[in-house]
Ligand binder design. Structure first.
Ligand code: FE2
Ligand code: FE2
Length: 269
């Protein structure tokens, strides 16, 4: 299967011409599906932007959400409105609430959002302040130590969801060669890139999901015959890191206002 992987398309920041360019890129590449690793729009625009994608892209769209997809809203409202859109557009598939799919003869794709989970680096000392903690109702108005615990819980929830998905697929398909995980937040400091460097100490609390990273290391060590590929975004800077001989994390590039295909990913049938 040939998939056009895009990340952080932030459609709320894109002009009519930018949208046209994006759709033309997709059409030219003739993918069998589009994969988006989060930050599609905002909490108040995600429904209409998913509808726009479903109407204008002529193949199935698999996605996870990113932190921006909850801005100016709260988790429950966004989840409900996205679920509602899915009912009307069978081409849209939210990987977090999806079993995943075989994208190649022995390759399986699954996904969860992930969250900057305040476990790497020093969340209480960093001067970095994300808009998340002012623009997402569930994360607003807390002292830093309380907020840190909430973020840690979010990361753990997504890691638990991912673990359950992996266990289920390995029970059903024990002979897979590769599992591809689509997620928004890089799982390791080594995969949180900025201008060719990764792991900036002040940024990693909000730009890595350590709970998912820890799970991935365990999975890679427990299943050495499976290749684990992670596709993520969030930091808008590209990079690739090999964490184990069978675990690679690809972090995608993005530019506000100019959504693009990060890479055409192809797996053999
Ligand atoms: Fe983004
Ligand atoms: Fe993000």
């Amino acid at each position: 299967m040939k998939m056009a992987w895009c990340t952080d398309i932030h459609l709320d920041c894109v002009s009519t011409d930018g949208r046209k360019d994006f759709l033309e890129q997709i059409q030219r590449s003739e993918p069998e599906a589009v994969l988006i690793t989060g930050d599609i729009a905002t909490g108040t625009t995600i429904s209409e932007e998913l509808q726009w994608l479903a109407t204008n892209v002529e193949c199935p769209i698999y996605f996870v959400l990113g932190n921006h997809d909850f801005y100016h809203a709260d988790f429950e409202t966004v989840c409900q409105s996205v679920q509602n859109i899915l009912q009307h557009h069978p081409r849209l598939h939210w990987l977090t609430h999806h079993d995943g799919l075989n994208v190649g003869a022995s390759t399986f794709l699954l996904g969860v959002e992930g969250w900057g989970d305040a476990r790497n680096g020093d969340f209480l000392a960093t001067p970095v302040r994300l808009n998340d903690h002012q623009l997402i109702a569930d994360l607003t108005g807390f002292e830093r130590p309380v907020l840190q615990r909430k973020l840690q819980c979010l990361g753990q929830q997504y890691a638990t969801q991912l673990q359950q998905k992996v266990e289920t697929v390995l029970e059903e398909q024990p002979h897979l060669n590769e599992i591809v995980i689509a997620t928004h937040v890089p799982p390791f400091p080594e995969s949180a890139w900025y201008m060719g460097y990764s792991g900036a100490p002040d940024w990693i609390p909000d730009f890595t999901c350590k709970a998912i990273g820890d799970l991935l290391l365990t999975l890679a060590d427990t299943y050495p015959d499976i290749h684990w590929t992670v596709l993520c975004g969030h930091g808008h800077h590209r990079g690739s890191v090999t964490m184990r001989s069978n675990l690679v994390v690809e972090t995608g590039h993005a530019e506000y206002g100019a959504p693009s295909i990060e890479r055409l990913v192809e797996w053999n049938d």
